[in-house]
Design a protein around this ligand. Sequence first.
Ligand code: PEP
Ligand code: MG
Length: 792
Amino acid sequence: MKDSYQSLGLRTLEDISSIILHSHDLQETLDNIVTLVAKRMRSDVCSIYLLENDRETLVLKATRGLSKASVNRVSMKVHEGLSGLVVESRTMVMTDNAPSHPRYKYFKEAKEEKFLSFLGLPLFEHKVPIGVIVIQTRSARSFSDDEISALRTITFQIGSIIHNARLLDSIQHKEQERAWFEMELAKIRSGSEDEGTTTSRSGGKRAVTSRTLAGTAVSAGFSRGKVYILNRFSDKVITLAKVGSKSDELKKYSFALEKTKIQTIYMGKRVGDTLSEDDAAIFHTHLMILEDRSFSSKVNDLIAEGMGATRAVHDVVQYYIQAFSDMADPYLRERSADMKDIGRRIMDVIEKNDSSVITLKEKRVIVAEEIFPSDLAMLDHDKILGIVTERGNAYSHAAIMAKSLGIPAILGIKGLMAAANVKDEIIVDGTSGNIFLNPENAVIKEYARLEQDHAGRMKELEGLRDLPGITSDGVTIVLSANIGLISDVKVANLHGAEGVGLYRTEFPYMARSSFPNREEQAAIYRKILEGFPGRTVNIRTLDIGGDKGLPYFTHPHEDNPFLGWRSIRISLERQDIFKEQLAGILLASEAGNPTIMFPLISSLDEIRHIREIITSVRNELLREGHDVHGYIPLGIMIEVPAAVQIINSLVREVDYVSIGTNDLIQYTLAADRNNASVRHYYDQHHPAVLHSIKRVADAANKAGKKVSVCGEMAADPLSALLLAGMGIREFSLSAPSIPIIKQAIREHSMEECRKLARAALACRSNADVSRCLAAARGKMFADEHHSKKSIN
Ligand code: PEP
Ligand code: MG
């Protein structure tokens, strides 16, 4: 069954790529789709009808099997005909005797009277109907479930392809914009000619100087290598780019275009492999733009006028960025980011800039202004020696991800972008937070020694993998992993995680171009659950907003996003999204032992509301005949001071609580977790934070409910002992930190932990806590391997 479904479906990126690679405009795209679908579905007819701008008229745009002359001539209102019914009802319409259906409308131009069976599905883009895809057969037959599923898969994939092709087509046809383009180009050209030349980031000769800069160490470890500047294609390179003969420049462009296309297909494949196939959808859009005939003809025209290939790509990309940025629909405006990315990659290839992330030839240290979780989702992790950025800090999501990938990282390095160049050698000391650009020999030598120590220490920690996290006096502390990607499963198991204490589900949402549906989510959750047989996976529902956005989800502008519409607040208001996710989790539940956790809870009412929603989703699935795990424990995150205040009531209504210290600290101390200027206010050992945690631990323990900590605080050995002393018996942390925490636990007794907690809780000022912890660190971690090392 599965095989026939697979062979019928248009599931793989290669299928989509082949449509795009053979299409250069809207008409070709549509023609190629109907041809391929008719072939795959073995139907006599496949047609696509698209909605006009009035959203009421459907026009036949492409067909395989009906009369070609009817294309663009057959049209109907959405309240007419079977295809109109598909759009009107927004669902599938199927009949084995179309002419006898009450909504049947006969079009003599189409010559379709000989086709009896009809299967039509709506095409959506961004949840808005854009048309209908129809298959028809001569014989009266009903379509099997497999065939229907296959056509659904196809429509899901091609909705956005058609939409993008249409968009590019409309841009191409706007003569008015063309005039504007000419004007803008003239402006851009004359503007940058005045700029003069400046030193290139990618090449010009410069004196190599040693520099030491410091930032926040967010992921431990050392690395040394060459700098790779991420995503910062400077306009200056365009001014400096060498311009050859017209035919050379044309060749350069066409080579770069082909190479970029191949890279794009590869990126899609890679993201499809690590996340899910549907997550690769964003690359279909990229490929479509690269295949767009008008894009290339604009570049070629400029080259023919004597402009260099790099500059021509830059100028055309600017035009598109402007065209997309002017669009009223925020989703379409977002496409300008795709243009930037594509332009950068083509120009990188032309300039042999070697900065295409996915195809890094050698291992490099990533240097960037800022790095986002979605960047990291796309990067070739094996080639990243380290990550250093000018902005961000330990509590940003990218930092957490770097840690979970085990990549040394330092964020918030002031002056980094001005100081670093692609040819630089760099040493990253992810323990002290220092970077060394073009280091002196003495530093290199010292670094080599420390790196060796580090490697020895890592080996020692590896030996702990299969040992339990148990204190010297026999108290068990469970150590689980924080994960976000399917690839984290391997990393978690490698470091001996005893389950997943926090699965951040937003990462699979980030690398996509639209919200995943329940089946797509279930497929990802199943993979994660299967990665931890017999162990618990704590799935946290979508936690977007704040510093985590989704490119396809319009978020209203907010002055204070961290105090705004984020996390569970979005889920409870957008129940369509929330229910789809809960259904996805429930559908996957039989594959393992899931628990479901809700972020940013601030009232009892929210928990009650959530329970009602889950019950309704569960009942719906059971009615539909799905298998759902009998009982799935529900938990909440304690991240806001309100939850601490009412903790006794909250714990009574849930199965467990997990303290999200990253957010709890920021909300308790009113200090943004991503803002370097208030870093010193963001103090994880502030008495208010410690007492809040103690209060939550006491309330949960008294009620007999499990309490864990899943924020970054648990990844610091001394803090972990302190938390254990306060009554926390489970930590969830980025997997590479597990061995170090396990070692700290195994080398100390619960009595020592309690003593430490009593002493810290007795302090009244921040300074007192610092002194108390510094003294404890000296005593408890006298052994050299626990002390912070630096190569200063
Ligand atoms: C937290 O806030 O501590 C937490 C674990 O959640 P996130 O870092 O994903 O906001
Ligand atoms: Mg949080």
